[in-house]
Design a protein around this ligand. Structure first.
Ligand code: C2E
Ligand code: CA
Ligand code: CA
Length: 317
């Protein structure tokens, strides 16, 4: 497919009349339930079993709810500031999605991103987030700010051959530059299919996007491979940063990662900065940027802009 080799696997769901259902609609929906079970169990083909109902009914309803969430404007863009630790110019933030569910209230991403990744729906979600950020960057409140926003990409995004074209379309529609974005990709997403990931990262980098490796330290990428990638930034996983006060092991990992990143010519961001002591320590370790609850929680866009404006007046962190 377009010079790429693609591994396909089929999941087949079977429902039979009259044992599994009496009418055509129920028959179709039960075969769909069996298909999702087959995909989940990687088992090729499965016959419908009433036991599948509960899990799959939830899956199907969550999927249709997620579709509805996009159509009915239930998703919310939150921004968490990323601050420079050594007075470097510019403002930065990470875009994090939230779901304002009409019944369940504010749903955190852990409750739907993994599911969206499994079903492939995350691609629509990524485009929604990217477009919201583009809209913000083009808005009168943000147009004059030296703001760069990080957007998270999933494996599914990275393996979509149309990704860079779709992003270019959104940039053109809003008249914003690729360089106003940083794309965050986890180490494990890259390692799912290193060859295709590298090809897509090269395209995105040529397009002008900054690239960041997220959750660094938790995956299995080799240094030799990393060195080849056109990335600009490493983001140290919050588990190490949060553990810095409690144990010297984590502190050592953070220190070595900072040195490693700098030796590779990359900037380094620590996420999960929850205390002033950790922030101070990161500064002495020459970490470039920090992000975390101690600085600010992820904020709705208007609150973020207000926070940013207050920072301009206050003394630096
Ligand atoms: P992530 O990309 O590693 O995002 C950082 C997560 O750490 C965010 O959780 C953020 O709220 C949280 N965090 C920030 N500072 C602190 C801190 O000081 N302490 C602690 N304990 N946590 C902190 P959130 O917003 O719940 O997102 C969780 C994950 O969901 C993200 O992890 C990312 O993998 C995924 N996610 C969120 N939004 C999106 C999105 O728009 N697209 C995609 N593909 N994934 C997203
Ligand atoms: Ca991230
Ligand atoms: Ca992260």
């Amino acid at each position: 497919f377009e010079d790429q080799s693609v591994d396909l696997s089929a999941g087949i769901g079977i429902a039979c009349w009259p044992d599994d259902a009496d009418d055509a609609d129920t028959l179709l929906s039960r075969s769909e339930i069996a298909m999702y079970a087959a995909k989940r169990q990687l088992s090729g083909a499965l016959r419908y079993d009433p036991g599948f109902d509960l899990a799959s009914a939830q899956t199907l309803s969550l999927l249709s709810e997620l579709r509805r969430a996009v159509e009915h404007n239930e998703l919310r863009l939150y921004l968490q500031p990323k601050v420079a630790l050594h007075g470097q110019p510019g403002l930065a933030a990470e875009a994090l999605v939230r779901w304002q569910h009409p019944q369940r209230g504010l749903v955190p991403p852990v409750n739907f991103i993994p599911f969206a990744e499994q079903t492939g729906f995350v691609r629509q979600l990524t485009l929604w987030v990217f477009e919201e950020v583009a809209r913000l960057l083009a808005s009168p409140q943000a147009r004059h700010l030296p703001l760069r926003v990080s957007v998270n990409l999933s494996t599914r995004d990275l393996l979509d051959p149309e990704l860079s074209t779709r992003l270019a379309g959104i940039l053109a529609r809003h008249g914003v530059q690729a360089s106003a974005f940083c794309l965050e990709i986890t180490e494990s997403a890259i390692m799912d299919d290193p060859q295709r990931a590298e090809a897509m990262l090269n395209r995105l980098s040529e397009q002008g996007f900054k690239l960041s490796i997220d959750d660094f330290g938790t995956g299995y990428s080799s240094l030799a491979y990393l060195k080849r990638l056109p990335v600009d930034e490493l983001k140290i996983d919050k588990s190490f940063v949060m553990g810095m006060e409690a144990g010297e092991d984590d502190a050592m990992i953070v220190r070595s990662t900072i040195d490693l990143a700098h030796n590779l010519g990359l900037t380094v961001v620590a996420e999960g900065v929850e205390t002033a002591a950790i922030l101070a320590r990161l500064r002495t370790l020459a970490c470039d940027e920090a992000q975390g609850y101690h600085i600010a929680r992820p904020l709705p866009v208007d609150d973020f802009l207000a926070w940013q404006a207050r920072q301009g007046e206050a003394s630096p962190l």
